[in-house]
Design a protein around this ligand. Sequence first.
Ligand code: ACO
Length: 345
Amino acid sequence: MSPPTVVTLSSSPAPLPPVSTVILGTGSYAPAGLLTNSELSKRVDTSDEWIVTRTGIRERRIAGPEEATSDMAAKAALAALADAKLTPADIDLLIVATITPDLPMPATACIVQAKLGLPTTAACFDLNAACSGFIYGLDTASAMIASGRYRHALVIGAEKLSAIVDWKDRTTCVLFGDGAGAVVVGGSSRPGLGLVGTRLGAIGESVDLLCIPGGGSSAPATPASIAAGDHTIKMKGKEVFKLAVRAMEEAARDILEQHGLHADQIACVIPHQANLRIIEAIAQYLELPLERFFINVDRYGNTSAASIPIALDEARRAGRIKPGDLTLLVAFGAGLTYGSALIRW
Ligand code: ACO
């Protein structure tokens, strides 16, 4: 056997890692198709009154048949890039948080990369943490940029949940919608700015409370599983509701405690938009008025990983986030995952 070749690494000094990681731009995209509660009540045994009282949802957006998760993701990403005054060539990391990839394989991030024309030197991957996916993605991107090995990341939350909803199941089909939100993350030399901290977690023992039972490696799709609707979302709503409130409260409390902050110092809370009653419970727990929360669940329903980045983009564009403000993101979703993040603007 020939002796190993010694590889000499470049002697040019590595750039210094940034002091903090900041959000340089935000963008979002909602498909044109509008599905109101009254339209839904013609399809299943429900009513506008039931949906509004139990969830706060009035309407949701539905992607067209030709519109995939990657199409919505690319549109949100272009808006975020424009906001950051950057081009696709500046991006060297792309994370797409989604539970509705275009295909089981490859990653939707690679499809988005091609649609945006990102460099082939960019790292691209998907992240599945359901409704907490955006916060997980933000933390991952921030850590990779803090390493000094990446300069600009696109973190996208994008979902076509209409493709995995059982439209005959009134207990779930009224809840979900489609859309995408994106942010550009970069490094900064100013301390204390941007992503101040995150608190992530998961309650894996309760996976069966919210899942798609069929179509994966444990139960590959068969004609019988498809006929039984096993490839659509199944949720034990009441149990999920209780765990969602508890985990989101804990995630919010922990991150505030970790950073020696009081809830009153948060200028705007961007919660996962699943149910207005969950958001009201968090507001009560944090002893904050509901006005301190950005809420758009009435217009979009639950868009899973897209929910927080859409709300974040709308909150910024509505002037709800000002320089120096502290924003709290808090989410909960299938897994059961949860997470919170503090951002100083
Ligand atoms: N229209 C009319 N009646 C309905 C509907 C509907 N769409 N859906 C259920 N009902 C009925 C039920 O059958 C039940 O009737 P019954 O009392 O005769 O049995 C009654 O309404 C009450 O049902 P509950 O399930 O008790 O309703 P609840 O108040 O718990 O609200 C909901 C249900 C909205 C699903 C709530 O439990 C919830 O929001 N859960 C959490 C969802 C969530 O946060 N998911 C996490 C993220 S999702 C992700 O990660 C992809």
